[in-house]
Design a protein around this ligand. Structure first.
Ligand SMILES: [Zn+2]
Length: 326
């Protein structure tokens, strides 16, 4: 088990939870909320492991009987519920199993802990079933709900949990950590909108390289060195899901540069110079229509024929914004 109990930006949350546990004042349900990429689930795992450890220090010891069972995935006082592979929601059967589990007596004298990942995917019946446990929690039970979309949870559930809210950490702190994990930390963090673990995830695979290729197409269309129709076809065939997000972020950066907005950091600091060149040449009046079209593409199904047509339309309009007519 990692000796580090939490990521650096989770310091205050950890101290709070630890303090509540040590003074025996933990609530029966914690809703750990915040956007993706901040390590909420990891935090919940580590906290559960720490609570179930027989010799907890700063973190769970990793070697006692409780830790060994936890690490092996068979601790009798711990249950984790998440969306199953064949599904896109947490089913009522899973919540019934959780209710049954949490009602059983403890094996090891600590807590009885149930963690629910993505509880916002429960349907109404599942949520109602969970509500019964939240209304009458058995002694020593602890529910950990980990959600990146808490607004989708029923108010009846939200109001019965104590909230731990994870926010985007200060840029300096996030960068210090990220630089130790991956090259191109500035770019990655900007692309992940400040969420360090989402940034780290971006560094895996070839996303950054793919993004550079997509931007090269974009710049070549502006310079009339590439046909919009060929670029659109290539984007449609080879580009991953984040493409429309990139497109929107390039357009946003051009708008920022155009209005001399120096307060907000660019989303794409690594291509700052290329974006400046485009900003000087673009017919600014076209920018908002382009942004609108990019938003429309994002709503279309990935890989659909409409999406390719829409990408063509955008790239034609983009070429037009630089005076390159059809
Ligand atoms: Zn231990």
């Amino acid at each position: 088990m990692n000796a580090q109990p939490h990521y650096p930006w989770q310091e205050a949350h950890w101290a709070y939870c630890e303090q509540r546990a040590r003074t025996g004042t933990l609530p029966h349900a914690l809703l750990i909320r915040g956007q993706r990429g901040l390590g909420k689930l990891d935090f919940a795992h580590r906290f559960a492991a720490w609570l179930l450890c027989d010799r907890p220090g700063e973190a769970a010891c990793g070697s006692c009987h409780g830790c060994r069972m936890f690490l092996a995935g068979n601790h009798p006082d711990y249950l984790e519920t998440a969306i199953e592979e064949d599904s896109h929601q947490i089913k009522i059967e899973q919540i019934r199993a959780l209710n049954y589990f949490i009602g059983l007596s403890r094996h090891c004298g600590h807590h009885k802990i149930a963690l629910i990942a993505d509880p916002h995917t429960m349907n109404r019946n599942a949520a109602n079933s969970l509500l019964k446990t939240l209304e009458e929690p058995p002694p020593f039970s602890l529910l950990l709900l980990v959600s990146s979309r808490p607004a989708l949870l029923p108010a009846t559930i939200v109001s019965r949990c104590q909230h731990i809210t994870f926010s985007i950490p200060p840029t300096d702190a996030a960068l210090t950590w990220l630089k130790r994990q991956a090259p191109d930390a500035d770019t990655l963090l900007a692309l992940a909108r400040g969420a360090p673990l989402a940034a780290l995830e971006l560094s895996h695979g070839h996303l950054l390289e793919t993004r550079r290729k997509a931007f090269r197409d974009f710049a070549r269309v502006a310079a009339a060195l590439e046909s919009p129709i060929i670029a659109a076809e290539r984007w449609h065939q080879h580009m991953p899901d984040p493409l429309t997000g990139w497109l929107l972020s390039w357009l946003t950066d051009i708008a920022k540069l155009r209005s001399n907005d120096t307060f907000n950091r660019l989303n794409n600091p690594d291509i700052d110079q290329d974006l400046r060149v485009l900003t000087e040449r673009i017919d600014f009046g076209c920018l908002f229509a382009l942004y609108d079209k990019a938003l429309q593409v994002r709503r279309l199904q990935q890989g659909s024929l409409n999406q390719q047509l829409m990408l063509e339309e955008i790239l034609y309009a983009w070429a037009g914004a630089f005076g390159n007519s059809r």
